[in-house]
Design a protein around this ligand. Sequence first.
Ligand SMILES: O=C(O)[C@H]1O[C@H](OP(=O)(O)OP(=O)(O)OC[C@H]2O[C@@H](n3ccc(=O)[nH]c3=O)[C@H](O)[C@@H]2O)[C@H](O)[C@@H](O)[C@@H]1O
Length: 432
Amino acid sequence: MDNTPSTPGKFKMEKGSYFHRPRWQTSLAKLTFWSFVFLGLMFIFFFRTPSIPSPSSLPTDHSRRSLRTYNNFGAAWEKRVRSSARIRSPNGVSVLVTGAAGFVGTHVSAALKRRGDGVLGLDNFNDYYDPSLKRARQALLERTGVFIVEGDINDVDLLKKLFEIVAFTHVMHLAAQAGVRYAMENPGSYVHSNIAGFVNLLEVCKSMNPQPAIVWASSSSVYGLNTKVPFSERDRTDQPASLYAATKKAGEEIAHTYNHIYGLSLTGLRFFTVYGPWGRPDMAYFFFTRDILKGKSIPIFEAANHGTVARDFTYIDDIVRGCLGALDTAEKSTGSGGKKTGPAQLRVFNLGNTSPVPVSELVSILERLLKVKAERNIMKLPRNGDVQFTHANISYAQSEFGYKPKTDLQNGLKKFVQWYINYYSDGKKADQ
Ligand SMILES: O=C(O)[C@H]1O[C@H](OP(=O)(O)OP(=O)(O)OC[C@H]2O[C@@H](n3ccc(=O)[nH]c3=O)[C@H](O)[C@@H]2O)[C@H](O)[C@@H](O)[C@@H]1O
């Protein structure tokens, strides 16, 4: 719903009755009409303008979304924010989780809350994929005591307000425009969330006292067209194959800058094709499941000369352990009053599974679990951002915080399929 104030047209009188009124009544009606117009304009000027990003710089849907954040402030709302972020264990930390209604965000928020940390979520609930799934994740988190503030990471006032209420020790920044192929359809949304949004968040964090430590989601896609496997953090990352990858790579460079100038402690996590219960419907394993069950054919990509396309699919619980490990080993930021006082930590880790599986094998596993034969439509890997394979070297994360993935694709997909059947059993539609 749009909160835009009514246009003058909405105050138009019924024609018939208007023309038969005495003159003084007509003037009164005119006066009332113009007073409404005036008040409406004042309202827009004083209360709306600061939160609306320039329409030329943003897609309209984002502008509309950011209006909602102004429903936020208020005593009851602040109380919910405080209560959600309250630390409940002796060595706990207080974490602002951006993208908390997203797939990884929901799981990470729940895990932090379970161990007694203070957790506050932030999410703009955009409609890149079915927002009802995000609402269902929100309901799940609410039952564990995590409140998700509805707002955009581009909203400076909102971010500042949250930091005013809670002195977050950490930010787990998972809000992003995800998806490799969608970048060709809506490039602006990647710039808006992954670049402008990230910079905005860092700007707010750098001026806090104390500054929080930041852990954030980069992507395996930064390895782009590299052919040397497994991918190591020391490898080049200067040939991205999609705008999505380019914005994540830009994020890594931006992180370097904020670490260098302001002393922010920053840890980037390169996730490798994360899957599992409560996952993202735009990802292949998810919509393959939906379409196999519907009897619809599924496009399976293959590289030139029938080359195998493979991914280092990583199960969500392993990713959550990696996120918590990174958070727990993150050192404090060193800046104060917006100025760096000493060198701060800057890290990037691969969080993968270390065993790539061909997409055709992913489909075979789904066929066995669903007990339905897939209608396979083998097609050439489109040139829209997909890379042929990914494979993580995880030794750095292993040495720094004992990261060790435990779930193979067969077992992980089994858990996903169980969740999927259960979640969509009550007539809900698995549309994107
Ligand atoms: O690792 C990552 O960092 C990235 O992982 C995924 O990207 P991707 O690996 O492309 O995941 P899917 O879109 O689920 O594709 C998985 C595999 O299925 C293949 N695929 C996809 C779609 C399709 O119709 N057919 C098909 O064969 C892809 O080529 C790919 O090999 C996520 O979508 C990204 O947001 C994330 O950043």
